[in-house]
Design a protein around this ligand. Structure first.
Ligand SMILES: [Zn+2]
Length: 172
């Protein structure tokens, strides 16, 4: 968990990293400092949820959970945790905010079944793809080779318009 929090291309894949990007916590700024502070606030919110012991507590990330989490941010408690963590790490010569996320925080709802999409990097030789299924990840089928399918986190998937702006993707 800590190793992938240290990888700037993976911070956003954690629920807590995605929460910062999707819900705008800490001003939507995702780096190792805000990610670790969010882990503390997130887990503490679970404790509060269990103490409240309502029916919603069975749904670990339900409406009540996000009500508690939102309150932790609105009240300034989350910022105080982040500032304390930052201060203690700076005292040891470590600036956690230097590890910045390079992820986009997209989720599967940003794509539709049948949409043509693109990948950068390792699988780009199979571009373009078609979205055939979506849950947390997207199932993609290569339009060049229909036998090639893969699951991809939405953060690594680009619409045609996004792909045209990305120098790492050859839209042709
Ligand atoms: Zn949780």
């Amino acid at each position: 968990m800590i190793i992938s929090h240290l990888d700037s291309s993976k911070i956003h894949l954690w629920t807590t990293g995605n929460e910062i990007l999707q819900r705008g916590y800490f001003g939507g700024e995702l780096n190792l400092l805000t990610a670790l502070a969010q882990v503390i606030v997130h887990e503490f919110s679970h404790v509060i949820q269990v103490i409240l012991n309502t029916e919603d507590a069975a749904k670990s990330h339900g409406k009540l959970f996000y009500k508690i989490l939102d309150k932790a941010h609105v009240s300034g408690m989350a910022d105080r945790i982040k500032d304390e963590l930052n201060s203690r790490c700076l005292d040891m010569g470590v600036d956690l905010s230097e590890v910045k996320s390079t992820g986009t925080g997209k989720n599967s709802k940003d794509f539709s079944i049948g949409q043509t999409v693109w990948l950068a990097g390792r699988y780009s030789y199979l571009n373009p793809f078609k979205v055939t299924y979506r849950k947390r990840n997207l199932k993609l089928v290569s339009l060049k080779d229909k036998d090639k399918t893969l699951l991809a986190h939405p953060s690594y998937v680009y619409s045609t318009a996004e792909a045209r702006k990305n120098p790492d993707i050859d839209v042709g």
